[in-house]
Design a protein around this ligand. Structure first.
Ligand code: ADP
Length: 424
């Protein structure tokens, strides 16, 4: 069966966010890690999100990767591809939103494409083509000081015009409020002179649903998870379905463990809470970094002692003071990399010993673990905490794993015990 909808996400966490949104809207969704080598396991899926890391790469590389992903998604039957960008429109005058949009639109011979980073649930709204973050325009928000992509202009027509070869038009809120017919006419009028991109206003979920209906009339759209939700709802309405009862992922069995590489305040609290209900090993981060991440003997000794007796936690993280001191001695990058390497190696050993259910705390840490375990895609399951779904690997030759990948401040205090109790 052809898939119903697909996306190319410009970073991994954005991809997870969208995959989680689609799954919550009743679409059976797979998230790939990079461009998957095979797709034969995706036949039952409604939706595929290809996670790329192209937000800040050179535009030519971003375009090349996006086009490979696009070809694969069209082969799977996708009639519409969303290019999933950040809801703060993270980009520079060089791209990569414009160059990737141009390439996707040319490939699909799109006459127009809707562009909106609006995601009202998280305070991102677009009004008169200006992006607001909470109550302030983008250029007055903390994004103006972003280390990679400082956003100093809230006018998205101006921002996108610098990145694209297409004329950039507008779909204003008033027209959108007048309905799909009026909006369609407004878009058509702007596309009379040739292909164009249209910045669409949206301040609420109703606007995004209307935009979802419109966007599906073109082969490509550009947006954040807000537009993603609008597309999903539009598809379900069109097929006469309400949100489906979420299906459960098949159990994997095996032992379970938690690996902690995040040093966020919330993760430190979660680790302290876990200590009351399960064994926790706090690794010596100096020793780990001094060994370049190679010294995992203490961790594996602890793991062998507890394997089969219930879940346990192995943590490398430390208080802000410890982290600063290690970083001063070894440098931020080297310290971070060594600890990620160690936790990924521990994950691989644990899995070899029969651990099949794994919670990982830390965005970068999760990336290192997933790469080391050779995981190429996940089916997305129920939400364990806001923004953290259950994930089941797809097509892993050594046997499937059930995972939860949590970035720093996500999840409640008892997240580790709660997540473990729901990974089966
Ligand atoms: P978060 O999602 O909280 O940002 P990440 O995993 O993305 O977590 O980033 C945490 C970084 O800190 C990783 O690179 C990890 O290797 C590093 N790290 C973990 N523990 C320590 C420590 N004790 N000292 C220094 N760096 C650490």
């Amino acid at each position: 069966m052809p898939i119903k909808i697909a996306a190319i996400a410009d970073d991994y966490t954005g991809a997870s966010d969208l995959a989680n949104t689609w799954r919550k809207n009743g679409l059976r969704t797979v998230q790939t890690i990079g461009i998957p080598s095979g797709t034969s396991n995706f036949s039952d899926m409604d939706a595929v999100v290809v996670s790329l890391k192209i937000r800040s790469s050179p535009a030519a590389d971003a375009v090349a990767h996006a086009l490979i992903a696009e070809a694969l998604l069209r082969d799977l039957g996708a009639r519409h591809v969303l290019y999933k960008i950040c809801s703060t429109f993270d980009s520079t005058d060089e791209g990569n939103i414009g160059p990737v949009m141009d390439a996707l639109c040319k490939r699909a011979s799109a006459r127009w494409t809707l562009v909106t980073p609006a995601f009202p649930e998280t305070g991102r709204t677009v009004y008169k083509s200006h992006l607001f973050v909470g109550d302030v325009p983008l250029n007055e928000s903390p994004l103006k000081d972003h280390p990679l992509n400082p956003m100093r202009d809230a006018n998205l027509v101006r921002v996108l015009s610098k990145q694209t070869t297409y004329p950039v038009g507008k779909l204003d809120l008033q027209t959108l409020a007048n309905g799909v017919e009026a909006s369609r006419a407004r878009i058509a009028q702007q596309a009379l002179q040739g292909p164009c991109a249209i910045i669409a206003d949206a301040i609420g979920d109703g606007d995004l649903e209307r935009l979802g209906d419109l966007a599906l009339e073109s082969p490509v759209s550009i947006g954040a998870s807000g537009l993603g939700a609008g597309l999903a709802r539009s598809l379900l309405r069109a097929s006469g379905r309400q949100t489906r009862a979420p299906q459960s992922l098949a159990s994997v069995g095996g032992f379970s463990a938690v690996l902690v590489g995040s040093c966020s305040a919330r993760t430190l609290e979660q680790t302290a809470a876990a200590e009351k209900v399960m064994p926790v090993l706090r690794l010596d981060p100096y020793r780990l970094v001094a060994s370049g991440g190679g010294d995992i003997v203490p961790a594996m000794g602890f793991a062998r002692q507890h394997l089969g007796k219930g879940p346990f936690v192995v943590s490398a993280s430390g208080t802000p003071e410890t982290v600063r001191s290690i970083q001063n001695t070894y440098g931020n990058k080297a310290a971070g990399l060594a600890i990620e390497t160690a936790l990924a190696a521990i994950a691989a050993e644990l899995v070899a010993l029969g651990v099949k259910r794994l919670v990982v705390a830390g965005g970068e840490t999760s990336g290192a673990v997933v790469d080391r375990l050779g995981i190429s895609s996940f089916e997305v399951g129920e939400e364990l905490a806001a923004g953290v779904p259950k994930l089941r690997t797809i097509g892993r030759a050594e046997g499937e794993l059930m995972m939860a990948l949590k970035s720093g401040n996500f999840g409640g205090i008892d997240f580790f015990a709660e997540a473990l109790s729901r990974l089966d």
